[in-house]
Design a binder for this molecule. Structure first.
Ligand code: UDP
Length: 432
């Protein structure tokens, strides 16, 4: 057993765990950092999360949960920046974290999230002489595979993190294989721990009552009695919302189906107009409803109120939305990629679609919408199957990884050399 009161430094440089998930650059990673930190706090760890200060009214420090503090560290302009812009301020951020901790200090381990944080994690682990666990959440080389251009310095930065971290935690065996095959990670240094789920929040609890509550809380979504197809997530091209809008008129068996699109904010108005136009062109303008990203307290009812949850992404390293929906008793219909291929059991807890085409999604969704017994059976099986992703299980597995690192450190005369001096800026200079 680990001794109590371990201290953990969590690095989430480019985005805060308090940012509203489902908007431009906040999603599964933000949820993950917040929830894992809370869970570790409950288990007696003292957790300090560090993020870059991007707004003037952010306090120096605030309590996220018992035992969990969030520090906003100045680095670069106090304004929102893209992750790639944040990469240019890594050294400043790292120095800022080190300065804050001079007043507290004494961490046992550093856990970084995303490659930009990983670069800070490398340097902090060297300064503090402690182990470093890194997680990427998304990988540049994977995005490139799906025709999304990524700067070369991101891939180079990821390689550095892979080479220098004591352990890299991937969400699926698919990610692990990718880290080994494409990034040259040492197999013994890559562990798989899936993402977690709040099973107390996400569970079945009646479709009709959920619809009533959703109609009250989110009138933009309209009141309807027919089948509801739900999309939840950031409104970015890789998520494939347009594919769903195109699929809707093709679901001939259920011309009464509605598509709910939940996610984004006022910055996404142009994308929403494009989707509205696409719906008009397909003759289904009145059957597509939008609402801005909602808080986590509203999500369980949204999932329960839907007949199916569609995830037509080009890629998902894990795909929390599908897992949350299934845990709430709603089958998922998703592309057979990344984490989705391992969390969804095709034909049992949802449907996996191999070709990312509107007609394929229309056919899979149409099948579920026209067969209520099948849908109910799948929803029940899905809710049962998702218990393995409970935070209790996931945090226990993460603690096993930490414990192994701390044991390794205690048993060797562990001396950390500088792995990658001046990490981020040298990458950016090399790229320019
Ligand atoms: N999310 C949310 N409110 C919204 C839309 C999304 O809280 O309106 C959350 C969603 O519940 C999930 C996360 O954002 O936990 C998205 O994670 P996922 O892994 O599906 O996608 P990512 O954004 O990481 O690509």
């Amino acid at each position: 057993m680990l001794r109590p009161q371990r201290r953990l430094a969590v690095i989430s440089t480019h985005t805060s765990p308090l940012a509203r998930a489902g908007t431009t650059k906040a999603g599964g990673m933000n949820v993950y950092v917040a929830e894992l930190s809370r869970q570790l706090g409950r288990l007696g760890w003292e957790v300090d999360v560090f993020t870059r200060r991007d707004r003037l009214d952010a306090p120096h420090a605030e309590e996220l949960a018992p035992g969990v503090r969030l520090f906003h560290v100045a680095a670069g302009p106090t304004a929102p920046l893209t992750p790639m812009e944040v990469a240019g301020h890594v050294s400043e951020f790292t120095d800022g974290v080190a300065e804050v901790t001079q007043r507290g200090g004494g961490y046992d381990l550093v856990h970084s999230h995303y490659w930009v944080s990983g670069l800070s994690g490398i340097e902090l682990a060297r300064r503090w002489q402690i182990p470093h666990a890194a997680m990427f959440h998304t990988l540049g080389a994977v995005k490139q595979m799906f025709q999304q251009p990524e700067p070369q310095y991101r891939i180079a930065g990821e390689r550095r993190v892979v080479n220098c971290a004591d352990v890299v935690i991937g969400a699926t065996s698919h990610e692990r294989a990718f880290l080994i095959g494409q990034y040259g990670a040492e197999a013994s240094r890559v562990q798989v721990v899936p993402c977690g789920l709040d099973v107390e929040k996400f569970h079945p609890n009646g479709l009709k009552a959920a619809r009533r509550r959703v109609a009250e809380a989110l009138p933009e979504l309209g009141v309807f009695d027919g089948p509801g197809i739900l999309f939840v997530g950031r409104l970015e091209p890789a998520k494939g919302v347009d594919l769903l809008v195109q699929a809707l008129p093709m679901i001939e068996a259920r011309p009464d189906a509605t598509l709910w699109i939940v996610g984004g904010d006022e910055r996404d108005e142009a994308e929403r107009s494009r989707l509205r136009q696409l719906a008009e062109d397909g003759g289904v303008g009145g059957r597509v409803r939008f609402v801005n990203a909602v808080g986590r307290e509203q999500l369980p009812d949204l999932y329960r109120a839907a007949s199916v949850c569609a995830v037509p992404s080009a890629y998902e390293s894990f795909g929390l939305v599908a897992v949350e929906a299934m845990a709430s008793g709603t089958p998922a219909v998703a592309t057979r990629v990344g984490g989705l291929a391992s969390t969804i059991a095709h034909g049992r807890t949802g449907m996996l679609v191999s070709q990312r085409r509107p007609e394929q999604f229309a056919s899979a969704i149409g099948r579920l919408l026209s067969d209520e017994p099948l849908r109910v059976r799948m929803g029940g099986a899905a809710a049962n199957a998702m218990s393995v992703y409970s935070w209790q299980c996931v945090a226990a597995s993460i603690l096993d990884v930490y414990e192994a690192l701390l044991r390794e450190r205690a048993m060797s005369d562990w001396q950390r050399e500088s792995c990658c001096p001046d990490p981020a800026e040298s990458l950016l200079v090399a790229a320019s």
